[in-house]
Design a protein around this ligand. Structure first.
Ligand SMILES: *Cc1c(COP(=O)(O)O)cnc(C)c1O
Length: 386
C-alpha cells in the first residue's frame, strides 16, 4: 500500500512526503516511521499468495502495480524444539523462528528487500551501508537484483567470508579501522559526496518495514501473538520493527491489545541496551571496546536505542547479556540437539532463555527464540576458542 506519510519517531507532528527519498528527521535527527492510510490485510486473501514477506503487501510500502525487489525473503519456518522445551522444563511450547533460511542466510534480507525496493523507486543510482557483516551481504545481493551499484563499509576485522560475500555479489567493499559506528560515519560521508542512498540501520525508514513482517508471520502461523519473544539485538531493527508490526496487526483486526513480552539479548562484551535498560535510561551510552564473536551483536551505539528501550518497557520485557562461552555452547545445543543452523546470535538467545528460566522469571507461551542467521556465514571458528 502506498504510505500516507513518514512521521518522526520523537515528534509525530514532524511529517514528510513518503514519495521522496528519506533519511532521518531534519528537526531532531530521530528515525522516521512509515505511516499508512489504514491497514486492511485480509487473512483469507493470503492463502493464494507466495510464502515470501511480500504476501503482506497491503501493509508494506508498495504501490498497487509495483513489483518489489525480491529474492523470496521471509516465510521462514517456525520450528518447535520439543527436546529443549523438556530439558528447560518449560510449561509453554518453545519454537525457533529460523531466519537462517533467508536469502543470504540472515534476516537482514527482509529489511534490504524493502529498502532497496523503495530506493529503486526513488531513483537511486548507488546504495551504501555500513555493516557488522550480514547487512552488507544482503545489500549487495539486493543491489545486484535491482541493478544498482552498492558500496559497503565494513570493519577491517570482519570475517573474510562476509567480506567475500559482499564482493562476489558485485559490491565495492571498503574496510574501515574501527567498528560499525566508524563504518557508519564513512558510509554517511560517502552518501553525501556521491549522492548514494544511505541504507544504514534506521537512517532510512524502510528496513524496519521488512523486519516487521516477522511479527506478521508469527501471528499468522501461531494464530495468536506469542507470549514471549527472545531476540538477539544489535541495531534494533528487528525489535522495533516487530513492535510496530503488532500495532499494525491490531489496526488490521488480526489481534487485540495483547502483546508478547519482548526480551533483548546482547553479548557481555557489547551490551549498551542492557545497561541502559537496567539503569532506567531513555537512551543508551555508546559501549567502549565492544567485542563479541556474535558479529551481528557488535553494535556499540544504535540510532534506534530510544525506540528499542520503549518497546522493551511497553511490553513488560527485559534485556540481558550473555557470555561468549554460553552463546557458543547453546549454539551447539541448537545444532546438535535440534538440527537448527544456529549461529552465535541464535545461541545467545537460547543462553538468555536458560538464564531467565533459572531466575524464575514468568515466561508466558508460546515462547519464540530467534535464530537470526546461519553459522556458516562466519567461517571456521578458531580452534579451542570458548
Ligand atoms: C544484524 C544482526 C542482528 C541484530 O539485528 P537487529 O535487529 O538490527 O538488532 C542479530 N543477528 C544477526 C545474525 C545479525 O546479522
Amino acid at each position: 500500500m502506498r504510505p500516507k506519510h513518514l512521521a518522526c519517531s520523537l515528534d509525530d507532528s514532524h511529517r514528510f512526503d513518503a514519495e521522496r527519498p528519506a533519511t532521518t528527521c531534519p528537526h531532531d535527527g530521530a528515525p522516521l516511521l512509515v505511516r499508512y492510510p489504514r491497514i486492511a490485510l485480509d487473512r483469507s486473501a493470503l492463502a493464494a499468495r507466495t510464502a515470501s514477506m511480500w504476501r503482506y503487501r497491503e501493509a508494506l510500502p508498495l504501490d498497487d502495480n509495483e513489483e518489489p525487489v525480491t529474492l523470496g525473503e521471509g516465510g521462514t519456518p517456525l520450528v518447535r524444539v520439543a527436546r529443549l522445551e523438556r530439558e528447560l522444563k518449560l510449561e509453554a511450547p518453545l519454537y525457533v523462528k529460523d531466519e537462517s533460511r533467508n536469502p543470504t542466510a540472515s534476516f537482514k534480507s527482509r529489511g534490504m528487500s524493502a529498502a532497496v525496493t523503495r530506493a529503486k523507486k526513488h531513483g537511486a543510482t548507488e546504495l551504501v551501508a555500513p555493516s557488522a557483516g550480514n547487512a552488507g551481504g544482503a545489500l549487495a545481493a539486493y543491489g545486484a537484483r535491482a541493478g544498482i551499484d552498492v558500496t559497503v563499509f565494513l570493519p577491517r576485522d570482519t570475517p573474510p567470508i562476509l567480506i567475500e560475500e559482499c564482493a562476489t555479489y558485485g559490491a565495492r567493499v571498503e574496510l574501515v579501522d574501527g567498528l560499525i559506528d566508524e563504518a557508519g560515519k564513512r558510509a554517511a560521508a560517502h552518501a553525501r559526496t556521491n549522492g548514494a542512498f544511505n541504507l544504514a540501520t534506521l537512517r532510512e525508514p524502510y528496513r524496519i518495514e521488512g523486519k516487521k513482517t516477522m511479527a506478521f508471520e508469527l501471528v499468522e502461523t501461531l494464530g495468536s501473538v506469542p507470549g514471549t519473544i527472545v531476540y538477539p539485538t544489535g541495531g534494533g531493527t528487528g525489535l522495533v520493527g516487530m513492535w510496530k508490526g503488532f500495532d499494525e496487526l491490531q489496526e488490521a483486526g488480526w489481534i487485540g491489545a495483547e502483546r508478547p513480552q519482548m526480551i533483548a539479548v546482547q553479548a557481555e562484551g557489547c551490551a549498551p541496551i542492557v545497561r541502559a535498560f537496567a539503569s532506567g535510561a531513555e537512551t543508551a551510552e555508546p559501549w567502549e571496546g565492544a567485542s563479541t564473536a556474535a558479529w551481528g551483536l557488535r553494535v556499540p551505539a544504535a540510532l534506534g536505542d530510544r525506540l528499542m528501550l520503549q518497546a522493551l518497557r511497553a511490553s513488560s520485557g527485559t534485556a540481558l547479556a550473555v557470555g561468549e562461552r554460553e552463546m557458543r555452547d547453546e549454539m551447539h545445543a541448537l545444532r546438535a540437539r535440534e538440527g537448527i543452523d544456529a549461529g552465535e546470535e541464535g545461541g545467545a538467545a537460547l543462553a538468555a532463555l536458560r538464564a531467565l528460566v533459572a531466575s524464575g522469571r514468568a515466561l508466558p507461551g508460546p515462547v519464540v527464540l530467534f535464530n537470526t542467521g546461519s553459522a556458516l556465514k562466519y567461517g571456521p571458528r578458531s580452534a579451542g576458542a570458548s
